[in-house]
Each structure stands twice: as structure tokens, then as C-alpha cells.
Write a protein that binds this ligand. Structure first.
Ligand code: PMP
Ligand code: GLN
Length: 389
């Protein structure tokens, strides 16, 4: 006889990213579903890791992270956002942003606490909140403009609100919260005396005149907010799983208690190389931004040339297309399966990121952090397919 497993996790299926990637492989389709770049990040960062693997220590580094990386994360916070923190006490290095999210949620939530989530939401948020015993309260954003409706925001907060989980730039919407929206959120956070966990893994992938503003920089937010970054996104090295959390000493020491029992630490060679990467000059960050922006433009105009309407996209490497605008009348899931199998291009259905009922089901998310020839082939394949039906 086998006893029942944990009922929260056993109830979730396989993530949509894995499902669509598998279908893409089976059908030899271009994979614009799961988000990962098709070119590895800078060679000098990888060379630094290789050198460290051979010449440096391969034993457990300090639990909070190597001093070099904590210093580099602190400097990065100051350089880009004017956030002043102590690298010894206010930074925690984790095995990816995913571990950072788990650490923050497990450290701060007690069973029965309410957690405000903006949907569509990134796939690991809900399972982690539920596993921590939190009660999700959703604020739904709708395409194509993804605006915050203040009534929905107000309804999500109560005196039981313990924590808000905010993702900006936001996956899967491509939304970057502006200062007015952040101020509105901050007002409700202060009223309910809540913590905020900011998932800012796409902090350097914003387009045009749009600027990423960490919520932590707003008045009254510093002592209750932690912000999470990821080397996977900033350096196009998603397999590395190196993340970093910045916050006040009290919050970081609490979150470190979860980290010490989950992974305890993160490979030292990768930490050294990420420290080197974070210290790179502005040219690196400018190039990342311009290169992603040109891919965003390529995909947006490519999809629009076929007849799709696209939702606003000011950041991240995802753009959403309205499947009704091209005359497809099935669900977004059917759409994604159809284009993967019949057009040879995989995408992800946006309904997979909504938890409440009556949410949009007519958008597909396309990942555009691919070489331009790959995006071009994908647009051609989609164009050929839709010109025939
Ligand atoms: N948050 C968001 C919004 C993401 O898109 C991702 C990327 N998978 C993560 C967290 C996880 O980042 P990491 O790979 O560093 O764990
Ligand atoms: N963050 C990536 C995405 O949104 C996928 C990460 C994963 O597969 N877990 O597509």
C-alpha cells in the first residue's frame, strides 16, 4: 500500500512549458513556447566559470553566497536603481529565481495568510503559495493593455493580506508596471501592512522609453519589500540557475532560514562568473536591451503582417497574439496544439497562466529571444499555414 503524497503538489499537472516543449520536439516544430534564448550568453562569462571550475574551489561556498557575488549584486542595485544595501547582510544568493521565490514565500507566509497575486501569473507562484499554506487573492489583468483595475485591486486586499507577489516586467504579459501603478499598489500594501516579493528577473529587458522601476524604491517600501533577480535572464544562461534576493537585513535573515534548508548554497564557479558578469559595463546592458527590442519588433510586425492583433509588450521576451483576430474560433490551447503540429511553430496558451474563471482564453504567448533567422522562419511557417485555412 502506498500512502497519499502531498495533496497540494500531487494535484498539479506537468508545467505547460514542459508539455509544449515535448510537443514541439515530437513535431520538429520551432519552439517559441518555453522561454529560453537560442544563443548562450557572453563567452567571457562562461570562460570565467570554466576557469573557476578548474582552478577555484568546488566545495560548499558560504550559505549567503560568495562575497564577490554579494558585493556585485549590491553594486548593481546601486548602479541601476540607487538602492544602497550592505552586501554582508542584505543580499542572498540562491539557485535561481525559482528557489528565491520558494525561500521568500516559505519564510514569510503562515498557513491562512492571504497572498495577492496578479494574473496571468508565472507557473510556480500558485503551487508555492499553496504549499506554504497561503490563500491566493487574484487581481486579474486582461489583454491587450493589461491595465490594473483599481476596484479589483482593492477587492484583493484585506486585513489578512500578508504578502503581495509582484512580477514586473511581467511574464507572460510583457507588461512593465509604471510609477502610477506602483504607487497605487504601494498604497494598498501600506494600508494592509503587507510584505512584497518582487520578481524582477526581466529587469534589463524593457523597450523604448519604458524604464523598470523597482517597487522597493518607492517611499515606505524598502523595509517591507524584497526584489529577486536572475542571472539566467540577464546573461541568457537559463540553465545556470543563479538568483539573487535583495532586501533589508531583517527580511533577508528570515529568508536565509528557508534557503539554508532548501539548497543551502549555489555552485561557487557560477557565482564567481555571475559576479564578473554583473560588473560589466553599460554597453553590455544596452546591447541586451537593443537586441531584445529588435527581436520584439520583428515578432510583433511579423505576427501583424499575417493578420494577428498583438497585445502591448513593453518588456520580457514574450509577446501575446489574439487568436480570434485571425479567425481561429477554438480555445487557445487548441490553437497552440494546432500550430505546433500543423504549422511547425510552438507557442503557449495564455489561459494556462490564469486561475480564475471567465478569464481570456484567446491569446497565445510567443517567445522571441531567438535568432532573427529562426523568428523569420517561424513567421513564414505561420503565414503559409494561415493563408491556406
Ligand atoms: N520568474 C519569472 C517571471 C520567470 O519567467 C522565470 C523564468 N523561468 C523565473 C522566475 C525563474 O527564473 P530562474 O530560472 O532563475 O529560476
Ligand atoms: N520562464 C520560462 C517561461 O516562462 C520557462 C521556465 C520553465 O520552463 N520553468 O517560458
Amino acid at each position: 500500500m502506498v500512502k497519499e503524497a502531498n495533496s497540494v503538489l500531487a494535484g498539479f499537472g506537468t508545467t505547460i512549458f514542459e508539455v509544449m516543449s515535448k510537443l514541439a520536439i515530437e513535431n520538429n516544430a520551432i519552439n517559441l513556447g518555453q522561454g529560453f534564448p537560442d544563443e548562450d550568453g557572453p563567452e567571457n562569462i562562461r570562460a570565467e566559470a570554466a576557469k573557476e571550475l578548474l582552478e577555484g574551489s568546488n566545495q560548499y561556498p558560504p550559505m549567503m553566497g560568495t562575497p564577490e557575488l554579494r558585493r556585485a549584486v549590491a553594486d548593481h542595485n546601486h548602479r541601476f536603481y540607487g538602492i544602497a544595501v550592505d552586501p554582508d547582510t542584505d543580499i542572498l544568493i540562491t539557485s535561481g529565481a525559482t528557489e528565491a521565490l520558494a525561500d521568500c514565500l516559505f519564510a514569510l507566509i503562515n498557513p491562512g495568510d492571504e497572498v495577492v497575486l496578479f494574473e496571468p501569473l508565472y507557473d510556480c507562484y500558485l503551487p508555492l503559495v499553496l504549499r506554504a499554506g497561503g490563500i491566493p487573492k487574484y487581481v486579474r489583468l486582461d489583454p491587450p493593455h493589461w491595465e490594473i483595475n483599481e476596484d479589483r485591486l482593492r477587492d484583493a486586499f484585506s486585513e489578512k493580506t500578508k504578502l503581495v507577489l509582484l512580477n514586473s516586467p511581467m511574464n507572460p504579459t510583457g507588461k512593465v508596471f509604471d510609477v502610477d501603478e506602483l504607487q497605487m499598489i504601494a498604497r494598498y500594501v501600506l494600508e494592509s501592512d503587507a510584505y512584497v516579493v518582487c520578481d524582477e528577473v526581466y529587469e534589463h529587458i524593457v523597450f523604448g522609453l519604458v524604464r523598470h522601476i523597482p517597487l522597493a524604491t518607492l517611499p515606505g517600501m524598502g523595509e517591507r519589500t524584497v526584489r529577486i533577480g536572475s542571472a539566467g535572464k540577464t546573461f541568457s544562461l537559463t540553465g545556470w540557475k543563479v538568483g539573487y534576493v535583495t532586501g533589508c537585513t531583517k527580511l533577508i535573515s528570515l529568508i536565509a532560514k528557508a534557503h539554508q534548508f532548501i539548497t543551502f548554497t549555489t555552485p561557487p564557479a557560477l557565482q564567481k562568473a555571475v559576479a564578473y558578469g554583473l560588473n560589466r559595463d553599460d554597453e553590455f546592458y544596452d546591447k541586451l536591451q537593443t537586441s531584445m527590442q529588435s527581436k520584439r519588433n520583428y515578432m510583433k510586425y511579423g505576427l501583424e503582417s499575417i493578420g494577428f492583433k498583438t497585445a502591448d509588450c513593453d518588456g520580457t521576451y514574450f509577446i501575446n497574439a489574439d487568436i480570434r483576430s485571425i479567425g481561429f474560433d477554438g480555445t487557445d490551447e487548441e490553437f497552440c496544439r494546432t500550430i505546433t503540429i500543423e504549422a511547425g511553430v510552438a507557442a503557449v496558451p495564455v489561459s494556462a497562466f490564469y486561475m480564475t474563471e471567465n478569464a481570456e482564453t484567446n491569446y497565445a504567448r510567443f517567445c522571441f529571444c531567438k535568432r532573427e533567422e529562426v523568428l523569420s522562419e517561424a513567421v513564414t511557417k505561420l503565414g503559409d499555414f494561415f493563408s491556406k485555412i
